[in-house]
Design a protein around this ligand. Structure first.
Ligand code: ZN
Length: 435
């Protein structure tokens, strides 16, 4: 009996500790005052000795005078660091995290892991994403509505991860090879205008925040960019999404799908290489965002054996990266708006912001690159009044980096020391560092 009671007490303790660890809800009773040596607020101001007053999950004010700190506030001293708004990754696949179990190619795990295992593993990718300073993601493709479950679990505080805006199934043309037996159609498969309309409506009914459509071939080690959906189908998806107040992201590896996506009125264009001047000009004029995702092919090349790609694809992927970079250079020069998207999948989480390095290589200043992951990302989500900047009323999403990210973009990528999401500190590497 005594032993049973002891065991019960032990398990209760374990559960309590586990419970606490799983739910770092912000302490909404305490006002926090976060001090930064410098603060880039994404609103056009670089502050010196800034104090950000955080009340619950929001920013109450930004000041430089210590008299602005309310009595009893918890002071977080990050005066050795530069503050930035929490970053936004506009293209992820958060539920498609796979581990590096020996002998299990990650590509195979994606189809063999049961949904519950997939979602459980996704915690690691979510944590790594936060550690990179990314506090918000637009997730563009998942199975079984696991993205919706994950978004809701994070919002409830049951799972630690970035704030997610999700699409459910991405729309895809029929692409099932012959398999013996009964083959139920995969979610998101839609051909022709009526099926496209039905699928868009299905994603919205399931709880999607945004619609995703694959308008060309190309994924993983396949860098072909043949257009799949025709203009009428693309236009139907764009209009159906907009009718419900949702934005749409259209995937196209090649220029043909890109042109039809842009003239149909897409809100963002993912990947697209080889776009001609007319497409780029139309994007600039319409304000469509370009999310080139250059770095994901770099990740594939670095990790192809662990993923399980067949040898021999490398030359084509390397050429694709160069076309991707060149297209980005042209688009930036023409005044197209960019949003930073990593296309993180497998174990790429944590490398989300490496895309910023490519943007600087494409001709952006570090500040312009940072805008793609802050104000631009927020605008693409339709959340420009509460995400992507450090200002009163915005979510208290803050990142501290060591160094000057405005002169060296690598500081924002590799020197993240501390992260706050919605008023809760989710990562802190500042401890133990003696000045
Ligand atoms: Zn993707």
């Amino acid at each position: 009996m005594k032993l049973i009671r002891k065991c019960a007490a032990f398990f209760l303790l374990v559960f309590c500790v586990a419970g606490l660890r799983a739910q770092p809800r912000p302490d909404t009773k305490t006002i926090k005052a976060v001090r930064f040596g410098k603060l880039w607020d994404a609103k056009g101001k670089l502050w010196t000795n800034a104090i950000v007053i955080v009340d619950g999950d929001r920013i109450r004010s930004v000041a430089t005078d210590a008299s602005a700190i309310p009595a009893g506030a918890e002071i977080i001293d990050l005066s050795k660091y530069t503050g930035l708004p929490g970053l936004i990754d506009a293209h992820t696949h958060m539920t498609m995290y796979t581990d590096e179990t020996p002998g299990e190619p990650m590509l195979k795990q994606l189809t063999s892991n049961p949904p519950a295992v997939e979602l459980f593993l996704a915690r690691k990718g979510a944590m790594r994403t936060l550690e990179a300073g990314v506090t918000t993601v637009r997730d563009l493709g998942a199975d079984q509505y696991l993205d919706i479950a994950m978004r809701d679990l994070i919002n409830r505080g049951e799972m630690i991860g970035p704030r997610m805006f999700v699409c459910g199934y991405g729309l895809y043309i029929t692409n099932t090879p012959y398999k013996p037996g009964i083959n139920p159609p995969a979610g998101g498969i839609a051909d022709g205008v009526p099926e496209v309309l039905k699928s868009v409506r299905q994603q919205i009914a399931a709880g999607a925040d945004v619609i995703k459509m694959y308008a060309s071939t190309g994924t993983d080690d396949d860098v072909t960019g043949f257009q799949t959906y025709n203009y009428e189908e693309i236009k139907a998806a764009v209009d159906a999404a907009h009718q419900f107040g949702k934005k749409i992201a259209i995937h196209s590896y090649g220029p043909d799908g890109a042109w039809d996506a842009v003239r149909a009125g897409t809100d963002s264009l993912e990947h697209a290489t080889g776009m001609d001047d007319a497409t780029i000009e139309a994007m600039a004029k319409r304000g469509a965002f370009y999310v080139p995702t250059i770095d994901h092919n770099r990740y594939y090349l670095d990790n192809w054996q662990k993923i399980g790609y067949a040898n021999g694809f490398q030359e084509k992927s390397e050429a694709f990266i160069q076309r991707n970079l060149e297209t980005a250079r042209k688009a930036h020069k023409a005044g197209v708006k960019f949003a930073m998207g990593s296309d993180a999948i497998y174990t790429m989480f944590g490398e989300n912001t490496r895309e910023l390095g490519w943007f600087v290589r494409a001709g952006m200043t570090p500040e312009q690159a940072l805008r793609t992951a802050t104000t631009n990302g927020a605008e693409l989500l339709g959340k420009e009044k509460e995400l992507g900047a450090v200002a009163p009323g915005y979510f208290a999403d803050l990142v501290a980096v060591e160094g000057d990210p405005l002169s060296d973009i690598d500081v924002a990528i590799y020197k993240v020391k501390w992260v706050m999401k919605g008023g809760a500190v989710v990562m802190d590497k500042t401890k133990g560092q003696v000045r």
